[in-house]
Ligand binder design. Structure first.
Ligand SMILES: Cc1cc2nc3c(=O)[nH]c(=O)nc-3n(C[C@H](O)[C@H](O)[C@H](O)COP(=O)(O)O)c2cc1C
Length: 313
């Protein structure tokens, strides 16, 4: 099996997940320079800022990097053209089917990697000519599906012939080793990078992550149809309470309007949306991304070697 680093031309088999309002050109470049694939999260951007972030990223790294496009973004059509015009070589997509962009992206020799939360979607997308697929379990931070990484990854591996990248709940070498054991060629991580020196989120957000325990996340929007995993706080508890009480979708949307930006930029840990995955409980210090990636790969090697030596089934 080809590992993700061989497919992408990176040092490590790790993708930094594109995170809306967080993964700027500078952050993506820092992750690429540290050996992973850095992704610009176009989620919170408009067309001009996406173009600027791509150019800034390119100026800061000579390593591979990519762009994440959330297909439900109102400017997704424009973003799809910008990545071609700016010569971006790797695109990951979230929340849907990138079919209508595939011809243009393939003509531009772009590596296309959609995120899926169920094997059936991976199977559906494979004939489009996708290059790999990210199987993201519900443990992850941000928008989530229903299935766990443990159950999802091997089923996606069995369903498609393209390489599978595991995401959701992976924050250290044990997680990387487990993902490889499930048949993935590498991992995409988000939550563990929120606690990094380079991550441009407010210090209060980082402090809340370091305090979080395993059960300190909650999913808002399970009932209303847009499930998002965040840290428990006043806003997210109240959201779920109102949702269970039958509040209508518009009222709930008004309630969370701009809440991610409140958390990321203002450090509002009470009414902001502190998107984070269940792996938050594994974060104990803020470290440079270079250290996070190097340790993850080194610990995975030790973990795999240790299993080989110590376990006889
Ligand atoms: C704060 C935050 C924002 C995210 N925003 C996006 C996004 O805009 N697009 C996307 O495809 N995934 C997004 N994700 C998911 C990540 O790209 C990645 O798949 C996920 O974080 C992996 O699981 P983990 O959080 O357990 O590491 C986000 C995750 C976090 C934590």
């Amino acid at each position: 099996m080809k590992l993700l680093n061989e497919i992408l031309g990176t040092k490590y088999p790790i993708i930094q997940g594109g995170m809306a309002n967080i993964a700027t050109g500078e952050f993506a470049a820092a992750c690429s320079n540290a050996g992973a694939l850095g992704l610009i999260g176009s989620g919170g951007m408009d067309a001009d800022s996406l173009r600027e972030n791509i150019r800034r990223c390119r100026a800061l790294t000579d390593k591979p990097f990519g762009v994440n496009i959330m297909l439900m973004h109102p400017q997704a059509d424009e973003f799809a053209k910008i990545v071609v015009e700016e010569g971006v070589k790797i695109v990951t997509t979230g929340a849907g089917n990138p079919g209508k962009y595939m011809a243009a992206w393939k003509a531009a020799d772009i590596t296309v990697i959609p995120v899926v939360a169920a094997a059936i979607l991976a199977k559906h997308l494979e004939p489009l000519g996708i290059d790999a697929v990210i199987a993201e379990g519900t443990e992850s931070g941000g928008h989530v599906g229903e299935m766990t990484t443990m159950a999802l990854v091997p089923q996606v591996v069995d369903a498609v012939h393209v390489p599978v990248i595991a995401a959701g709940g992976i924050a250290d070498g044990r997680g990387l080793a487990a993902a490889l054991a499930l048949g993935a060629c590498g991992v995409q991580v988000g939550t563990c990078l929120l606690a990094s020196t380079e991550c441009p989120i407010h210090e209060n957000y980082k402090a809340a992550l370091l305090k979080a325990r395993d059960s300190d996340t909650i999913v808002t929007g399970r009932i209303s149809g847009t499930p998002v995993r965040v840290l428990k706080n006043r806003m997210s508890r109240e959201y779920v309470r109102q949702e269970k009480a039958g509040a209508d979708k518009m009222a709930l949307e008004r309630f969370t309007l701009g809440s991610l930006r409140k958390a990321v930029f203002d450090g509002d840990t009470e009414s902001g949306s502190l998107m984070a995955g269940q792996a938050a409980g594994l974060l104990h210090e803020v470290r440079p991304v270079e250290e996070i990636f190097a340790l993850m790969v080194n610990d995975a090697k030790n973990c795999i070697g240790g299993l080989h030596k110590e376990i006889t089934l």
